[in-house]
Design a protein around this ligand. Structure first.
Ligand SMILES: CC(C)(COP(=O)(O)OP(=O)(O)OC[C@H]1O[C@@H](n2cnc3c(N)ncnc32)[C@H](O)[C@@H]1OP(=O)(O)O)[C@@H](O)C(=O)NCCC(=O)NCCS
Length: 188
C-alpha cells in the first residue's frame, strides 16, 4: 500500500478469548500448575467447576490458533452478607484465579481476559465483585480496597490485596463476601 512501511504493519493477535470448552480442561489445570508456585489454584478451579457457583460463561480462556490455552480467568458466584450481619444474604462474584502461561506473560493476555470477563459480569446483578491480588494490577480495572467501601471477607488476613469493584456500575453496599470452604486454600 502506498506510503506504508514495515513499522506500520500491526500484527494481529495470535490468540483469541472464548468461554472454556470440555477440550480445554486439562490444559487449564496445567496452566495454573505452571503459573502458580503450588497446586492450590489448579485444584481451586476444578473445585469451583464442580460446585454451585460455577458460571460457564465466566470461565474464559485465551487460546492460540492451534488450540493451546495461553491464559484463563474464572469468575464465580459466592455469598454476600449485607450489613448488619445476618440481615440478608445475596450473591457476590469472585474473580479467582487468573493466570497466563509464563512464556506468554506481558503480552496483554491477562488484561484482555480481565476486561472480557468483567464485560460479561457487568450484565449480571450481583452485589459486588471481589478479588485477592495485587492492587497495582487490579486497580486499573476499577477495583478498590474493600475496606474503604466497608466490604469485609469471611477469610482472615486479606489486607490490601482484598479489593472489590461494582457490578454493572451499581453502588456497592456494605457487607461481607462469604467465601465457600474451597477458597481457603488460596488465601494469602
Ligand atoms: C498476573 C498475570 C495473570 C498477568 O498476565 P499478563 O498476560 O502478563 O498481563 P498483561 O500483559 O496484560 O499485563 C498487565 C499488567 O500486569 C502487571 N503484572 C503482571 N503480574 C503482576 C503481579 N503479580 N503483580 C502486579 N502487577 C503484575 C504487568 O506488569 C502489566 O503492567 P503494565 O501494563 O503496567 O506493564 C500473569 O503474570 C500470571 O499468570 N501470573 C501468575 C499468576 C498470578 O499471580 N495471578 C494473579 C492473581 S489471581
Amino acid at each position: 500500500m502506498a506510503g506504508m512501511n514495515a513499522s506500520d504493519i500491526v500484527e494481529a493477535p495470535s490468540w483469541s478469548i472464548r468461554p472454556e470448552l470440555p477440550i480445554d480442561l486439562d490444559q487449564i489445570h496445567e496452566l495454573h500448575r505452571q503459573a502458580f508456585p503450588g497446586p492450590a489454584e489448579a485444584e481451586l478451579v476444578d473445585a469451583i467447576r464442580a460446585g454451585a457457583g460455577f458460571l460457564p460463561e465466566l470461565s474464559l480462556v485465551a487460546v492460540a490458533a492451534d488450540g493451546s490455552v495461553l491464559g484463563h480467568i474464572l469468575i464465580s458466584v459466592v455469598g454476600f452478607e449485607l450489613d448488619p450481619a445476618g440481615s440478608a444474604q445475596v450473591q457476590a462474584l469472585v474473580l479467582a484465579p487468573l493466570a497466563v502461561m509464563p512464556p506468554h506473560a506481558g503480552r496483554g493476555i491477562g488484561s484482555a481476559l480481565v476486561r472480557a470477563a468483567l464485560a460479561v459480569a457487568d450484565q449480571r446483578e450481583d452485589a459486588v465483585i471481589a478479588v485477592l491480588g495485587a492492587p497495582s494490577l487490579f486497580g486499573r480495572f476499577g477495583f478498590n480496597p474493600a475496606a474503604v467501601l466497608s466490604v469485609g471477607s469471611s477469610v482472615d488476613s486479606t489486607g490490601p490485596a482484598f479489593q472489590v469493584r461494582s457490578v454493572g456500575g451499581r453502588p456497592i453496599e456494605p457487607g461481607t463476601v462469604m467465601y465457600p470452604p474451597m477458597f481457603k486454600v488460596t488465601s494469602p
